[in-house]
Design a protein around this ligand. Structure first.
Ligand code: SF4
Length: 125
């Protein structure tokens, strides 16, 4: 059904753009000009696809859900320390080239450091 797919796509776009603030379900449907029934179905579908998470929230005396994206678009900050940005082999490097990120020690080390940092900040070790 094209309208539902289109709404699903638009809803995900709004949710992702709101990032960590999330968006109230009722607010989202107003923005998309959808009924609350359509909206609830779409939110459940997006959650089932593991694209969003819903958190129950009391808003103006009524229970609703705040919707958060599970994946966020990559930001420039996430790659600012990448070794590729200052690499003299950048133009010759590619997945199928003789110089490849698959074999690059600098890339491997950078990814290991990133993973280590994330593990330590989440309390996992
Ligand atoms: S993957 Fe390694 S060799 Fe390739 S551009 Fe990045 S740092 Fe350079």
């Amino acid at each position: 059904m094209p309208r539902r797919n289109e709404l699903e796509h638009k809803a995900l776009h709004v949710i992702v753009n709101n990032g960590n603030d999330g968006v109230l379900q009722s607010e989202l449907w107003r923005k998309l000009d959808a009924t609350s029934r359509e909206g609830s179905r779409i939110a459940l579908k997006l959650e089932t696809k593991d694209l969003i998470r819903r958190e129950k929230e009391l808003y103006e005396g009524r229970w609703t859900y705040r919707l958060f994206p599970k994946r966020k678009p990559a930001s420039l900050n996430s790659i600012i320390n990448s070794p590729c940005l200052m690499c003299s082999n950048d133009a010759r490097c590619g997945a199928w080239s003789t110089i490849s990120p698959n074999e690059c020690q600098k890339m491997t080390q950078w990814l290991l450091d990133l993973a280590k940092g994330e593990t330590e900040s989440s309390g996992e070790i």
